[in-house]
Design a protein around this ligand. Structure first.
Ligand SMILES: [Zn+2]
Length: 921
């Protein structure tokens, strides 16, 4: 058995103290060892037959941060030592290939009948199928599932070790009536490490910076993580926003096991800033209106138990002030919509083995493990004491959801197969992965005065997950009006708003699928959609001596392009629409010529179409009915571009990770990551397209004047430079001056402008002020509005926006908008608004909609709504042989904005084709 040797760990320090080595003269006082967690519960009597981490991993829990392999090993050892009370399951794999595991801990009686318990929960979860009296029998006979999930953020280290301590305590405690009751009444599911890749990154950087002993300094490199930090997974996703979109395998797998077990209570365990105490619910306002009062009551019941324990241990905490319950994509949000009572716990982080807080006190890693351990046990304790009630409330939630779906005006939702069958299928399977039933129609059907083609989908509202359906499919989830008013007043006074995350997440808007809400529930024929549902691809018409056409416009057609280019297929893309054999093909449509090697091309096209899930069309003759011909100079040769992405500071890590993920994992196309500082001087000649993600520092200062010249000259020689979100600022700033965009200040309202002109005259007065008196001319303020205007900073940026879905319109005949719908939805966050661009200076390819139309969903301040209207979203400018394209809002936000995939991919692939064409002459 190998034991881990850790530099600077507390075990090492202990040995040093025992050896009595001279310690005098150290630059800082010797840190006392952290508290031992085995004495937290004074009455605990731990069975020596259950191995401690000390005996297995070589350190006591709380003395070191367990690595992923150690967590897995210890869980396996625990379950081997007490197989009758603990089972360990593997539920997936991280991007970097680390096993995702969870443990189930309960009494021997319960562990012996896990399959039955799962089946019982499945029955309770669907009251439509319950026989009379069956629910009560199942409630009497089954434990309640409690879900404890740790470390979705990899740099919140104490949480995972609290999972180890909780498991150890439940298994090793002897003669403890409280623990016996927990095991009898509940089935505890422990997910010890949701984000192993992020944690490994964090522990590595922490250990690499360690020296003689753990360093508590707030400045220490141990806790100052290098870019991108350990919070996120491999693709730099905040997985605590990914619960309903499930773009990341770690979250997809987590949701799948939760739907299998159906917990009644869920705690998602986190850490926050070092100087904070501890947070548990009630959560802050605003709350999602789809949460029920019973759930909030159950959460409060658990919270009050925590409060009592924390009082007993002298631990301080707070609730209600931050971490609101509005966004459904958190680990403490999503499970609520399935009927659990879900909570977030947050402990101030030691972000290492010991940290100095601002009051001078030391926070040990073990302290952070201790509070989470107490809160974990307290959670189980409450459910154990109220088992039947929690189960009844769970069934009640799901039964009332069905009743609401039967009673309320909206009885079903139709996902039309048109205009984008691929996106409709993606939406349908996403819903299914959320535990929502979706049926596919094999034939056309009519409902709500409309006819839908075969391949459309129906979602009945009368199902147990109805509240989740509602918050995901409705365009708007209403936020409390009084709360919005307060927030608007706050931002008007220059204070930040108190909204924790985006205020809009409607899937139909994000996917740009026109879902129809219906007042009846149509009966249709067709299979239920499953989680892996996708459209079959292939070739319509079989062999062809002329070639094949792939209609442009769906994400499947983009997958065909990327896979085709990678396979070496020669592909052309139409710059304009055409009609052939009675079929209309939009601009962008792909033509694969089969004249030279017909059989090789036919085989490849069939293979790639199948893989991409697209229908390619075999062309028997080349004569077009209208529009451009297949041999037209307007058929662009599509090159196979080398794509580079600026990586590392000062890029916004999320924006960089999301762009990379969309290209690599959603479209299967490789990207070269180049550290930003290299861009100032590196030879970029082999690169066709360079993507600048959003910035969290400044590209202008990172790249300098020389860097700007370097990039400009690369563009002029034929490069395509694409900036995303705040990265577009760089293109507009004086040093780079790559796009004629100007960032706007806040709107000057009428009152402000009046006051502004007074101010100006004051300023004038100031310059003319009497040298001897040093005074300016007097003014009278006659209203609060005037006062606010007078106090408002001049030249202030617009108010920041938490995150809304805004409507944009496209210039449909622009090459960058080929195949793109003329209405798009854009996630707008922050406060970057740019002036319109003159037509002779650059092309505005997409712009935000008119003031009355611009807000599709979410909370947008009145002034921002007025100011955002008609402003640019996508701007493109030719520069020498190259191109510069700016997206003023990030099209890849969290990889949630599927409806913007096409315009982003057009910028890259059609952009590269445009410049290649230009370079030929
Ligand atoms: Zn967290």
């Amino acid at each position: 058995m190998t034991r881990t040797k850790r530099l600077g760990s507390f075990a090492w320090l202990g040995a040093l103290l025992i050896a009595g080595l001279p310690l005098a003269g150290l630059a800082r006082p010797v840190i006392a060892p952290p508290p031992s967690l085995t004495t937290v519960w004074s009455e605990a009597n731990y069975d020596a037959a259950i191995p401690t981490t000390n005996s297995i991993l070589g350190f006591e829990i709380g003395r070191e941060m367990a690595r992923h392999a150690e967590v897995t090993r210890y869980f396996e050892v625990l379950s081997a030592a007490a197989p009758e009370r603990m089972k360990v399951f593997e539920y997936g794999e991280s991007w970097e290939g680390r096993k995702l595991i969870y443990g189930v801990i309960s009494s021997p009686k319960n562990i012996a009948r896990l399959t039955d318990i799962k089946a019982a929960m499945k029955r309770l979860a669907d009251p439509r199928k319950l026989a009379k009296g069956e629910a009560e029998t199942l409630i009497q006979d089954n434990p309640a599932v409690v879900w404890l999930a740790y470390s979705v953020h990899g740099n919140e280290p104490g949480t995972t070790d609290a999972a180890l301590m909780t498991a150890y305590h439940l298994l090793a405690s002897r003669g403890d009536a409280r623990v016996a009751r927990m095991l009898d009444e509940t089935l505890v599911v422990i997910v010890p490490l949701q984000n192993p890749d992020g944690r490994e990154r964090f522990v590595n950087s922490n250990q690499a910076a360690r020296g003689l002993e753990p360093d508590p300094s707030p400045l220490s490199a141990e806790r100052d993580e290098p870019w991108p930090g350990g919070r996120m997974n491999h693709y730099i996703f905040d997985m605590n926003r990914d619960w309903f979109t499930q773009t990341q395998p770690e979250m997809r797998a987590h949701v799948a096991i939760m739907l299998e077990w159906m917990p009644v209570a869920v705690a998602d365990v986190h850490e926050m800033g070092t100087n904070q105490t501890y947070f548990f619910p009630p959560e802050a306002d605003p709350l999602n209106p789809n949460l029920t009062s019973t759930q909030l009551k159950n959460v409060e019941r658990i919270a009050r138990n925590h409060a009592a324990w924390f009082d007993q241990f002298g631990l301080r905490y707070f609730n209600r002030e931050i971490f609101d319950g509005f966004f459904p994509g958190y680990g403490s949000g999503w499970p609520n919509y399935q009927g659990a009572s879900a909570m977030v716990y947050e402990q101030g982080s030691s972000r290492g083995l010991v940290a100095q807080r601002s009051d001078g006190s030391l926070l040990h890693f073990a302290d952070t493990v201790k509070s989470q351990f107490i809160a974990s046990l307290s959670t189980i304790e409450v459910v154990a004491s109220n088992r039947a009630q929690f189960l009844r409330d769970f069934v009640g939630f799901r039964a009332s959801a069905i009743r609401e779906g039967q009673r309320e005006a909206i009885k079903s939702y139709v996902i039309p197969a048109e205009p984008d069958a691929d996106m409709a299928a993606r939406l349908a399977s996403t819903l299914v992965r959320n535990g929502i039933e979706v049926q596919s129609a094999v034939e056309r059907f009519s409902v709500c005065g409309r006819t839908f083609s075969a391949g459309s989908y129906v979602v009945s509202a009368a199902q147990p997950a109805k509240r989740l359906i509602r918050t995901l499919l409705h365009e708007k989830t209403e936020m409390d009006a009084e709360f919005i008013k307060q927030q608007e007043q706050r931002v008007n006074r220059g204070l930040p708003d108190e909204i924790y995350d985006v205020t809009a997440w409607s899937l139909p808007l994000m996917f740009n699928v026109p879902v129809v809400a219906c007042n009846t529930n149509p009966i249709i024929e067709g299979p239920m959609v499953d989680a892996d549902w996708r459209l079959a691809g292939g070739v319509r018409g079989g062999q062809s001596a002329v070639g094949f056409v792939v209609p442009w416009g769906s994400t499947a057609s983009v997958r065909f392009l990327t896979a085709g280019l990678r396979a070496g297929l020669a592909i052309k893309s139409a710059n304009k629409r055409f009609s052939l054999a009675g079929v209309d093909y939009p601009a962008g449509s792909l033509f694969i010529d089969a004249a030279v090697e017909p059989s090789r091309v036919a085989t490849q096209v069939a293979q790639i179409a199948q893989q991409a899930g697209v229908q390619a069309v075999a062309i028997d003759e080349s004569w077009v009915d209208s529009g451009i011909s297949l041999g037209s100079p307007n058929m662009l040769n599509m090159p196979t571009p080398r794509i580079a992405l600026a990586w590392d500071a000062p890029t916004d890590r999320y924006s960089a990770g999301h762009a990379r993920f969309v290209l690599e994992r959603q479209f299967g196309y490789p990207v070269t990551l180049i550290r930003t500082r290299r861009l100032a001087s590196a030879n970029l000649d082999g690169i066709d397209v360079l993507v600048l993600p959003g910035q969290s520092g400044s590209y202008t200062s990172a790249l300098g004047k020389k860097g700007a010249e370097h990039l400009k000259s690369w563009v002029e020689r034929g490069g395509v430079l694409i900036a995303l979100g705040s990265g577009t600022r760089y293109l507009s700033e004086a040093q780079a001056d790559l796009l004629p965009l100007k960032l706007e200040s806040a709107l000057v309202s009428d009152a402000t402008s009046e006051q502004g002109s007074k101010k100006k005259s004051n300023a004038k007065a100031e310059s003319d002020k009497d040298e001897s008196s040093g005074r300016v001319a007097g003014t009278a303020i006659t209203s609060v509005d005037e006062l606010e205007a007078a106090e408002r900073p001049l030249e202030a940026p617009p108010r920041p926006v938490a995150g809304v879905l805004a409507r944009a319109t496209t210039e449909s005949d622009h090459w960058l908008a080929a195949g793109v719908q003329d209405r798009l939805h854009v996630l707008v966050t922050g406060n970057d608004i740019y002036t319109p661009v003159r037509r002779d200076e650059a092309d505005t390819v997409a712009r935000f909609a008119a003031p009355e139309d611009v807000l599709a969903s979410g909370v947008l301040w009145e002034e921002n709504r007025k100011q955002l209207a008609f402003k640019p979203f996508v701007v493109s400018k030719r520069s020498g042989r190259g191109l510069v394209i700016g997206f003023t809002a990030d099209p890849n936000f969290r990889a949630h904005m599927a409806g913007l995939n096409l315009i982003f991919m057009n910028a890259i692939f059609r952009g590269a084709a445009m410049t290649h064409e230009a370079s030929r002459y």
